[in-house]
Design a protein around this ligand. Structure first.
Ligand code: CO
Length: 135
């Protein structure tokens, strides 16, 4: 069921500073910032040959990143995103096995316009996992 690593997300206090850091120090290709109000984040993607890095800063009131950045003021690794071929089939299998989802369990469009879901970190070795449906 589990597919490729799509991205690793890093929460940052200042997206522009993080974009500049990756572009200047690593010479990386970094996408333009993108607001995701439904997820409470603004993101930009660093393109690597085998995956992407999602840089995220809080967007709007009640962003889920606010508490994370209070505990990690310099930023930190926030989640991993794995690709799955069929997100509803993956969700149903995980629920049958007793895993828990964040939110209402309905896939929502993520940064790439594909449906995504998040899994409860307690059930996955303390790691927040995003599943993204990939073609
Ligand atoms: Co993500």
């Amino acid at each position: 069921m589990i597919g490729r690593l799509n991205h690793i997300a890093i929460a940052v206090p200042e997206l522009e500073a993080a974009r500049a850091l990756y572009a200047r120090l690593f010479g990386a290709q970094v996408s333009a910032p993108q607001d995701l109000p439904g997820h409470g984040v603004r993101v930009a993607f660093v393109e690597l040959p085998n995956a992407r890095i999602e840089l995220m800063e809080p967007f709007g009131e009640g962003s889920p990143l606010k508490g994370f950045l209070e505990r990690n003021p310099a930023g930190g690794v926030h989640h991993l995103c794995y690709e799955v071929a069929d997100i509803k089939a993956a969700r149903d299998r995980l629920l049958r096995e007793g895993a828990r989802l964040l939110g209402d369990g309905e896939p929502k469009p993520g940064a790439h316009g594909k449906p995504v879901l998040f899994l409860l970190p307690k059930d996955f070795c303390g790691t927040l996992i995003e599943l993204e449906e990939a073609p």
